[in-house]
Design a binder for this molecule. Sequence first.
Ligand code: ZN
Length: 180
Amino acid sequence: MTMPTKAQIFEHWMDWLDKRGFDWGEPCCWACKRDLDDKYDLNKPSATREEIIKNWERAPLQRCHIIARQFGGEDTPDNLFLMCKSCHDRAPNTKSREAFLDWVERQDYTALVQEDIMRELRNFDLLDRIDDVNEMLADKELMKRFFSNSGFHMNQARGGAEITLSSIFVQIAEELKRRK
Ligand SMILES: [Zn+2]
């Protein structure tokens, strides 16, 4: 069996996703539910089922095995799951479909981002300035500048060309030093 396409995998999971409140027209990671760039959204209310399914092929999501290949998991749509790179990297290698789906249900993008931020606060020795950092993270203009300084194109595919949080924290640390 050849590896199913992302569209084929999506088609298999459509009802499952619908029951969990996913918007078929806005591809996102099925684990953490993080939004992708708007350009992957299907902005067409009159889209046919076929167009909706086809649109998922464009999304920069990865095909992840539920039961790992090494445990006999097959390359079939029911054993494949679409996730962002970050979730795929963290996904459990398991023989149990239930355990995998249980792990999936517990993923939360906001919590993951918070954990990442806490790690960078420690890395940059900024734990005592958490209020200042939060204020900066909420400053849209400032963040826009930091993101563009990092050479990241907001419109580029989120394949692997994603900006690291540490790139932003380097600038936050510098800015805090300037403001002190
Ligand atoms: Zn994810």
